[in-house]
Design a protein around this ligand. Structure first.
Ligand SMILES: NC(=O)c1ccc[n+]([C@@H]2O[C@H](COP(=O)([O-])OP(=O)(O)OC[C@H]3O[C@@H](n4cnc5c(N)ncnc54)[C@H](OP(=O)(O)O)[C@@H]3O)[C@@H](O)[C@H]2O)c1
Length: 251
């Protein structure tokens, strides 16, 4: 039986990944930040419907020193819930969005973005690597903003470009252990992202759908099965790749 660790599993894309992995019989440790109730409900839903164990752990990537306690909690749960010391798949998905024009960028904006979208993945991975089984897989959730220059998103886009580039370095370093490392780059997707911006400002939806070849925004479930596939042995020969999943955004 496989076990996955998914950051940001309490909402949106991460939640869809957690559900899809559970449907495929994968045990899941996932993190939440603000949505404790949602995380608890998801654990119940998985254990009742899919017959695998799930554990939710609080992780705030903008807290001062979140990594040691998180790694300890993962280690403890692997031992107590699954009677093992290792897991197989790591999905660095947690992240935050937000825009700020270059001439107005604050250090607080920069630090929050870099912590949640890049530093978090780097140090979650660094702390969990001793527990990740050989021949496992890491999947980092980047963004089309790593390449597209949408006005105001320079810091967000730069953190995601860093994540994509770092993933390729990691793929090379971890190849001797047969651990594959890839990233996916979602296009605009209707989730709770950016303080539920698409629910608060629905007028942004149609223009983004119009510049997407397949004619709509992404949905969380568009990513659940794709990411579960990329983690699985179906993609055993793919590493160091970034795959855009966007319905053809700005083709
Ligand atoms: N939606 C889009 O248009 C889009 C496009 C491209 C890329 N992405 C990327 O997709 C990933 C998932 O985003 P989403 O669209 O699914 O958004 P979402 O619905 O807002 O989910 C974000 C997840 O990250 C967690 N999170 C937020 N801040 C955190 C922090 N400081 N520390 C730890 N965890 C934190 C949230 O936890 P709580 O909910 O419990 O607070 C939640 O589980 C992100 O990396 C994002 O950059 C999204």
């Amino acid at each position: 039986m496989k076990i996955a660790v998914v950051t940001g599993g309490s909402s949106g894309i991460g939640k869809a990944v957690v559900l899809e992995l559970a449907k495929r019989g994968v045990g899941v440790i996932f993190t939440y930040n603000s949505r404790k109730n949602g995380a608890d409900t998801l654990v119940q839903e998985i254990e009742q419907n899919y017959g695998v164990r799930a554990v939710a752990i609080k992780l705030d990537l903008n807290a001062p020193t979140p990594f040691d306690p998180f790694a300890e909690a993962v280690k403890k749960n692997l031992a107590q819930v699954w009677d093992t010391q290792t897991f197989d798949y790591l999905v660095n998905n947690a992240g935050i969005g937000g825009a700020m024009m270059a001439h107005e960028v604050t250090e607080a904006h920069f630090e929050q973005m870099i912590n949640a979208n890049f530093k978090g993945a780097v140090f979650v991975t660094r702390h969990l690597l001793p527990m990740l089984a050989d021949a496992g897989a890491i999947l980092n959730v980047a963004s089309t903003s790593a390449k597209a220059q949408t006005i105001g998103f320079s810091i967000y886009g730069a953190t995601k470009a860093a994540l994509v580039n770092w993933s390729k370095y990691l793929a090379k370093e971890l190849a001797p252990r047969k651990i594959r490392v890839n990233s996916v780059s979602p296009g605009p997707t209707h989730t709770n992202f950016s303080d539920s911006a698409f629910d608060k400002y629905p007028e942004y939806i149609q223009p983004l759908a119009d510049e997407t070849a397949l004619g709509r925004l992404g949905r969380p479930e568009d990513f659940g099965s794709a990411i579960a596939h990329f983690l699985s042995d179906d993609f055993a020969w793919m590493t160091a790749q970034d795959v855009e999943i966007s319905g053809g955004h700005r083709l």
